[in-house]
Ligand binder design. Structure first.
Ligand code: FEC
Length: 320
């Protein structure tokens, strides 16, 4: 029996992708991502080997999601003392999105806001988190509103711009100022069919990239957007992939590249493996310099972006 400890507060469902608890857990995690279809032995080994390669099989996304949720709670407490209570809801790991909503209801929460730790909206990403939360909220008797995107929030743009500026300094140092260089903004690819559905994902990613490029003072010829981490399915995925882009740019004479994965907010597999191991190895093969911007993780400006977006979408504010 719950003690309804958060009665009267607005719940905040902080949603993130989720990661396995341990290497033994990778199979059930992968099966969940594949909507209940277990991976083949070969697919499983391949994924485990990627987790093993990122600092010996640790799962940094777990710690980062915990830290971001705690950081958001602290920021909300500063801005609106006693008003909000944060809960986690993960897409592919426990506590699942549905568990987070049930916990809020058990704690006496009647109204809640959902926000995803990913700034850009796609029906296949943020939209699917929201759908699951909304379905459970209806069953649990919680009234929910949602933040759909925050890809142009000025504090988010400022935090990413600072990282690009810092990354370019590092790139200059490691490449001895080699020119021409290119900033490669990137995000998780999705199946090409999202284009036919009029999905805003691609447009929003371009908007974030262009705004950061402008704020960082980049010339148009010094940056471009490219995709990464496409799934291993038969469907065509949005491209070109960052590895192809790097190869093409090297052919054109680009000497130094800075990866800026603006579609992600944490250190996790798709950054620590796909960029820090795979793309870095490609750069070495091509003979070009390569650096990556630091991820946001618990950056204070990112915490403010989340807190302000939650307050803006809160029931009392949203219905004004
Ligand atoms: O560190 C970790 O343990 C987890 C890293 C991780 C993040 C992440 C974010 C996104 N994904 C998105 C879309 C898809 C689609 C599929 C898909 C598959 C995988 C697999 C792994 C994986 N994703 Fe992921 N994703 C992360 C990890 N993702 C592992 C399975 C093996 C593989 O394909 O590499 C294809 C399956 C499907 O049809 O559902 C699509 C998108 C994001 C960014 C937004 C978000 O965070 O939700 C979009 C982090």
């Amino acid at each position: 029996m719950s003690d309804r400890l958060n009665e009267g507060k607005i719940g905040v469902l902080v949603m993130s992708y989720g990661t396995p608890q341990s290497l033994d857990d990778v199979e059930s995690y992968y099966t969940h991502i594949r909507r209940g279809h277990p991976p083949t032995a070969e697919q499983l080994e391949e994924l485990k080997s990627r987790y093993e390669a990122i600092v010996g099989g640790v799962f940094p996304l777990r710690e980062n999601t915990d830290s971001q949720t705690a950081g958001l709670q602290d920021k909300l407490e500063q801005l609106a003392p006693g008003r909000y209570a944060c809960y986690q809801g993960l897409k592919h790991a426990s506590p699942y999105i549905e568990d987070g909503v049930e916990k809020m209801a058990a704690d006496g929460i009647k109204e809640a806001v959902g926000i995803v730790l990913a700034p850009h909206y796609s029906t296949m990403s943020v939209g699917s988190y929201i759908k699951r939360a909304q379905e459970q909220a209806e069953k649990s008797g919680v009234s929910m509103t949602f933040v759909h995107q925050y890809h142009l929030h000025p504090k988010l743009l400022q935090a990413i711009t600072e990282r690009v500026t810092d990354g370019l300094k590092r790139l200059d140092a490691t490449s001895s100022g080699a020119r021409p260089y290119k900033v490669l903004f990137s995000a998780h690819s999705l199946p090409e069919k999202i284009r036919e559905l009029g999905d805003p994902y691609e447009q929003q990613l371009l908007e974030t990239s262009a705004a950061v490029a402008k704020a960082a003072g980049l010339a148009d010829s010094d940056w471009q957007f490219t995709w990464q981490s496409a799934g291993r399915t038969r469907d065509p995925w949005l491209g070109p992939d960052i590895l192809e882009t790097m190869e093409q740019l090297a052919k054109e004479g680009v000497q130094a590249m800075l990866a800026a994965p603006v579609g992600f907010v944490s250190d996790h597999l798709e950054v620590l493996y796909d960029l820090d191991i795979e793309a870095k190895a490609e750069a070495a093969k091509l003979g070009v310099s390569f650096e990556r911007i630091a991820m946001l993780n618990r950056d204070p400006l990112y915490m403010e972006t989340l807190a302000e977006s939650v307050i803006e979408a809160s029931p009392a504010v949203a219905s004004r």
